[in-house]
Every structure is written in structure tokens, then in C-alpha cells.
Ligand binder design. Structure first.
Ligand code: MN
Ligand code: MN
Length: 320
């Protein structure tokens, strides 16, 4: 494909990267009704909402911080040489506005907007927000269709039953509900990086009962990223899959700006390496969640998050 000039990021040599209004990766802002909307293939979209957070909030501020940090991303991948903005037409689609005081309303808004992107043929790379954001994304993309495969980087399984004795949805159970609703195929789901103290084993029991593959951090470090990601590629095959990346997958020494950090995790190189390991998979949509700027005092977590987004964008661009 010949690179479309409209869909190129503003070059740092034209306007310094600290100047201008920050969009994701300095891409054009293409909201609904924009004359080039119909040409977008991959859309970066903000989900500024953390209403599913059970402990330390702040991820609602993630999209704005990640837009700012992502102005430091350049156009060419350092290893593959891929230039994703020339391979696919990418744009910042703006935010899906939440209702910060109504969880159900927000879930409906995100699902409706994602179903709209599906109808438009735009592949979303969404930026949270807490991990409950992923549930309405999956509903919008997969409801009434074949379940998606899932590659999930996280220190938590997010397969827990409802917290607080009720039935409430939280950022601790989006994938349990996604399995129950038939949005993801548990036998084509792999969760990588799992660690930390737990209340109980209810999540592991659910995974075992449904055939979900859990790679604990102990197994990840014993085998290495390359071997684990080869298994992920074998498990997922060539059918459509979603990649969900919780920034707390990364060790809090490298990513302190998150609500539920767990020590003993991957470093920032491994954080990128695992995404390079899903190249070749049919990743039709992806997200990065749980960056919480109030806990990110130096801004390093947002910068790592923006770098992970670029890696995911490269994988998605190659899958177009
Ligand atoms: Mn999570
Ligand atoms: Mn987590």
C-alpha cells in the first residue's frame, strides 16, 4: 500500500515532538463524521474510565497521559523496520465518553461504540481505563459472532467471582464474564505473567474447568519469553484473536503507575519482547489498560505504555 499522506503522524522534524496538540502517536484525529472516517483501518481510541476499580483508582486519566507520552513514538520499528503508519491507515478516534457515576451506562456506551467500529470495519486498539473496559469492548466486537482467541498479559487472571458478595462487575472479573458470555474461546486463551498473593483459588479453578492456559511468572522466567510466546502462537492458530495487556504485567520497578502492582515481574525489555512474540497471529483488536497517572510520578509508566501500544500497533498492522 502506498502511504496515505493524511494518515501519517506529524513528523518531529516538522513540528518538534513537545509542540502541538497531542493525539495518539501524533496521528490525525478522526472522530465520527470526519470525511476520512471510512478509510481508517486501525483506530486508537481512549476509554477514560475506572469505575470497575476495586482498590486504587486513577486509570481514568490513562488515555490523556498516554496520548502525551506517545508523542515520543517515532514511525519505524527498531528491530523489524516495519513502518506501521505506511502499512495501515491509522488514526486517533478520540475517546468514548463514559458516565463516571453509572457503571451500567458506561458499559453500554463502550459496547455500542465498539459495535459501531466493527460495523465500520475499523480494528480498535483501545487505551484504558481499568481492565473492566475490556468486557464491553469484547461484547461490542464478538457478541453474536464466533468467540475470539485471547492473549492476555497481566499479573492477575481477572477470572474471579464478583467481589463484595454481590454480582457486581469489576476489573477483577472481565474474562470470567467474557467466557460465560461466549465472547472468548477459553481453549484458545492464554494468560501470561500471573503472580501475587490471592484471596483464594477460585480463579485458577475456573481456568482449569474451562481449559484456560495460565503461564505463571515462575514458568515464564524458567522457560523464557521466546518459548512461551511460541506456545501462545501454536495455541491461538490463525483465527481472529484479541490481545489484552494490563500494564501491571510489568514489574512495578518499571511500571509503578498502576493500581494493583505485583512485584517479581518482567522488565521493560521483556514487556516489549512478549508483544513481538505475537507477530503473525491474527490480532484483530487489542487494548492496553490500568496505567494510572496519579501513581506514575515520573511518567515512566505512561512512556512504557506508549511503547507497548506501538508494538501492538505493529502486530495489528501486519495482520491487516
Ligand atoms: Mn487486569
Ligand atoms: Mn492486573
Amino acid at each position: 500500500m502506498t502511504a496515505d499522506p493524511f494518515f501519517q503522524p506529524i513528523p518531529g522534524m516538522t513540528l518538534p515532538r513537545f509542540a502541538g496538540v497531542p493525539t495518539f502517536m501524533r496521528l490525525p484525529l478522526v472522530e465520527p463524521g470526519h470525511p476520512r472516517r471510512g478509510d481508517v483501518q486501525i483506530g486508537l481510541v481512549g476509554l477514560p474510565w475506572d469505575g470497575g476499580t476495586s482498590n486504587r483508582p486513577g486509570a481514568r486519566h490513562g488515555p490523556r497521559a498516554l496520548r502525551d507520552a506517545s508523542t515520543m513514538v517515532r514511525a519505524q520499528h527498531p528491530v523489524s523496520g516495519l513502518r506501521p503508519f505506511e502499512t495501515a491507515r491509522c488514526a486517533d478516534l478520540g475517546d468514548i465518553g463514559p458516565n463516571p457515576v453509572d457503571l451500567g451506562d458506561t458499559l453500554a456506551r463502550i459496547e455500542t461504540a465498539m459495535a459501531g467500529l466493527r460495523a465500520e470495519g475499523i480494528r480498535p486498539l483501545s487505551v484504558g481505563g481499568d481492565h473492566l473496559c475490556t468486557l464491553p469492548v469484547l461484547r461490542g466486537l464478538a457478541r453474536g459472532a464466533a468467540p475470539l482467541g485471547l492473549v492476555h498479559f497481566d499479573s492477575h487472571t481477572d477470572l474471579f467471582p464478583a467481589y463484595f458478595g454481590g454480582t457486581a462487575l469489576t476489573h477483577g472479573n472481565p474474562f470470567r464474564v467474557a467466557v460465560e458470555e461466549g465472547l472468548i474461546d477459553p481453549r484458545r486463551t492464554i494468560q501470561i505473567g500471573i503472580r501475587g498473593t490471592a484471596y483464594d483459588s477460585a480463579d485458577r479453578d475456573f481456568a482449569k474447568a474451562h481449559g484456560i492456559r495460565i503461564v505463571t511468572i515462575e514458568e515464564f522466567f524458567a522457560r523464557g519469553a521466546a518459548d512461551v510466546m511460541a506456545e501462545a502462537r501454536d495455541l491461538l492458530g490463525d483465527r481472529p484473536a484479541f490481545c489484552s495487556y494490563d500494564i501491571d504485567f510489568v514489574d512495578p520497578a518499571f511500571a509503578p503507575g498502576t493500581g494493583t502492582p505485583e512485584v517479581g515481574g518482567p522488565n521493560s525489555f521483556q514487556a516489549l519482547e512478549v508483544v513481538r512474540g505475537i507477530a503473525g497471529l491474527n490480532i484483530v483488536a487489542a487494548d492496553l489498560v490500568e496505567v494510572s497517572p496519579p501513581f506514575d510520578l515520573g511518567g515512566g509508566t505512561a512512556w512504557l505504555g506508549a511503547s507497548i501500544l506501538f508494538e501492538m500497533l505493529c502486530v495489528m498492522a501486519e495482520a491487516i
